[in-house]
Write a protein that binds this ligand. Sequence first.
Ligand code: FAD
Ligand code: MLT
Ligand code: ZN
Length: 484
Amino acid sequence: LKRDSRFAQITDDHVAYFKDLLGKESAVIDGVTTEVSSDDMEPYNGDWMRKYRGHCKLVLKPGSTEEVSKILKYCNDNMLAVVPQGGNTGLVGGSVPVFDEIVINTSRMNQIRSFDDVSGILVADAGVVLEVADQFLAEKGYIFPLDLGAKGSCHIGGNVATNAGGLRLLRYGSLHGSVLGIEAVLPDGTIVDDLSKLRKNNTGYDLKQLFIGGEGTIGMITAVSVQCPQRSSAVNVAFLAVDSYEKMQQTFREARQQLGEILSAFELMDLRSQQLVHKVRSSKSPLDGEHPFYCLIETSGSNADHDTEKLGNFLEDVMSKEIVTDGVLAQDETQLRSLWSQREGIPECLGHWGGVYKYDVSIPLEDMYRLVDETREKIDAAGLRGDTDEFPVVDVVGYGHMGDSNLHLNVAVRRYDKRVEQVLEPFVYEWIAKVNGSISAEHGLGIAKKNYIGYSRSETMVGLMKQIKNLYDPNGIMNPYKYL
Ligand code: FAD
Ligand code: MLT
Ligand code: ZN
């Protein structure tokens, strides 16, 4: 990949313009006119997986939509490439520069604009941290319709830009449904004010959908309006052990049948993912012994007695039918959090050894786990897995949002290694294309999946995407070198 020579290099004059515009010292981090150590730039240049590193020398932190508009117009007029950035927790290298693109970070745009207690509609700046939004809503009896392990750092603008799925999509659906409106800025500075608070609005093309999951390639989201559901007063969690993937599918089926409308999460974890979590944390499994698979089932409803009885009956039933081998129900809030952390902690623990190859895929349920087994066989056949530094692969694990047919196939490594990559790619992508799956269920394409979009989208569709990109961003300054 080569730097696109159409883009200008940042000069002192550019920096002076931005300093004048944004004023406050903290709003511009500049390695062009000021000596800043690479440590100061590292949080903006390096991604969460320590896999991608940019060389940006200028980070801008606008405080308002108007400032974003002026920044983008100036960049567009001067052919300066930019990367929109929220909490920088993205997992496909989309949120960091590739060369010297300017980072436009949303952390100073962090105000909740309004909340309607009756409709549950929240309007907030793009830079509000997901957990902050959710805590605000909790006080009002509502919940943000998205939850994920990075909630303490990711921004809701970033969530919308990636169309993040997370742990409760099964219950609350995709952001394509719950985001009612968007305010965004196009590269030429135009402010698209579509902060609708309407649940229904069939007036022509629904253009906001292009920004949802657009990964910052056509404009910068500055605010969102979100339909938030009622927070359930009764939440229960069960952690179950299952002997085979076949039985895991039966467990899911029974859970849907028996728990019905109160089911709010069904998360899969294989034994190896749990072994790695326990190794890193020096902790123990909530269940005795070792079992090939585990799942976490959450229910959310309005009647604690009713829900507890329902979940208890379900557990008794699936154990008596020998579908489930063992299980535990959280008895209090502390235990509930601890069970959730067996699942939510997986991504962080997998990164412990140095790196991780991540495949976030949608596959028909019946085929889902076979991909993990076959990938492990390939890695073993290549002699890449072992206990010492000579063998880069620590393990091949599978976990994910089984309730949404979304598997996370992860290969934890001691260091990123071309040999490992060559075994995995295009093997994994070919496998997915064969079963008509998707190479990106929820993380997006970014730079990691840039060359593989063709495994999930036809030439016609990629062509249409390119037309849209060119229409919105004719100079190509928005998040260049990424998937389009
Ligand atoms: P960033 O990482 O900063 O940016 C992500 C992308 O969006 C980039 O392409 C960036 O250019 C663009 N972008 C950011 N802000 C804007 C904006 N305002 N306007 C336009 N474009 C913008 N994802 C899931 O789907 N489900 C999960 O369960 C899940 N769990 C995770 C758990 C962990 C521990 C981690 C580290 C990540 C997880 N993710 C998950 C990945 C997920 O994509 C991000 O966590 C989150 O949605 C990204 O938000 P962010 O603010 O960090 O965005
Ligand atoms: C998750 O479900 O934990 C996230 O999508 C992060 C990951 O895939 O590791
Ligand atoms: Zn996920």
